[in-house]
Write a protein that binds this ligand. Structure first.
Ligand code: SF4
Ligand code: SF4
Length: 312
């Protein structure tokens, strides 16, 4: 699911601003030392579409739904280090395919978590009671669509299900008196070189690959746990969790252990002199000097880490 046209436009302006007026957020970022300000949890990496612009088609890891006990461990780890903002829009996959989606939100809420927003292709929305879903604690629901006719949708998402998605959007619209905001994307990410211009259709264009003169903001805001427990600091583009940004598996390690590891500090320190391979051709890069008020709010919501009673 790619960023909307409006977000792309402001993204480029922000890149320009960062270049002209770089800001130093080191004091604010220091507050993330013990805990990620946002944790993406990929509850499933299974998708029921096969979009031409998405690297899902090249994913090599097994397609699974995250084990519920592992999910609970991830939430507990995150609560323990002081985190509270969870996103279910992770690397790939559609959260609506997870039969325990609502249980996961309920469990997360019971542990003091908030957020739980995600992107979906909307194909399975009719399987949910929309009122229950929207009042479950879900912070945001983004539906990704392509084109305004069956044929374009079919060619782009490679599933012939346009009518159902539109019906689902209409059902959703009926519940929302305020209407549904619409955003457009025309420039698409290359998924660190996996998606090529030839993969795109019609007016779709690739985003340019920017020069990387500062560490990427994802090293602070991209923390993600894959469905198999692999923890990567770029859930955005680390498709198989095999890059050097994947720091370990939460089945064997605690979140705090990986987040505070020397390895991550070194990746941040050396980013501009020794770019991780996955970052070299990445067009999704966003320099750390252009984080916005949303990022600062996430940082301000990190709680003091729970103190182990044995060490109190
Ligand atoms: S619906 Fe989302 S995860 Fe699935 S193939 Fe499309 S962009 Fe990728
Ligand atoms: S440059 Fe790209 S791959 Fe590297 S951390 Fe940033 S978004 Fe992720």
């Amino acid at each position: 699911m790619l960023g909307p046209w409006r977000a792309n436009l402001s993204g480029y302006s922000r890149l320009l601003l960062a270049r002209l007026f770089p800001r130093d957020y080191s004091r604010e970022l220091a507050r993330t030392a013990q805990c990620p300000p946002l944790l993406g949890i990929e509850t499933t990496n299974i998708c029921n579409a096969d979009c031409v612009f998405c690297a899902y088609q090249y994913m090599e890891r097994p397609k699974i739904i995250m084990d519920f006990d592992l999910y609970k461990k991830v939430i507990q780890d995150y609560a323990q280090c002081g985190g509270r903002n969870v996103g279910l829009a992770a690397t790939v996959g559609d959260p609506l395919l997870d039969p325990r989606l609502l249980d996961r939100i309920a469990y997360g809420k019971s542990q003091g978590m908030q957020g739980f927003g995600f992107f979906t292709n909307g194909i399975l929305l009719h399987k949910f009671d929309l009122h229950t879903l929207l009042t479950s604690g879900l912070g945001a629901l983004h539906i990704s669509l392509a084109g305004f006719d069956r044929e374009t949708y079919h060619r782009t998402y490679r599933v012939d299900i346009y009518h159902r998605v539109i019906e689902n959007v209409i059902r959703l619209r009926r519940l929302r008196a305020a209407g549904l905001p619409v955003e457009f994307a025309m420039r698409y990410d290359n998924w660190s070189g996996k998606i090529k211009p030839d993969d795109l259709l019609g007016a779709m264009r690739m985003r340019p690959v920017p020069r990387k003169k500062q560490p990427c903001s994802m090293l602070w805001f991209g923390a993600t746990v894959h469905a198999d427990g692999v923890f990567t600091v770029c859930g955005c583009r680390d498709l198989d969790g095999t890059s050097e940004l994947a720091l370990g598996n939460l089945k064997q390690h605690s979140l705090a252990e990986l987040w505070t590891s020397e390895r991550l500090q070194r990746i941040r320190r050396e980013f501009t002199t020794r770019l991780p391979d996955i970052c070299v051709d990445c067009a999704q890069y966003s320099p750390v000097s252009i984080i916005g008020s949303w990022h600062l709010t996430l940082i301000s919501q990190i709680r003091p880490a729970e103190v182990c009673p044995l060490h109190a």
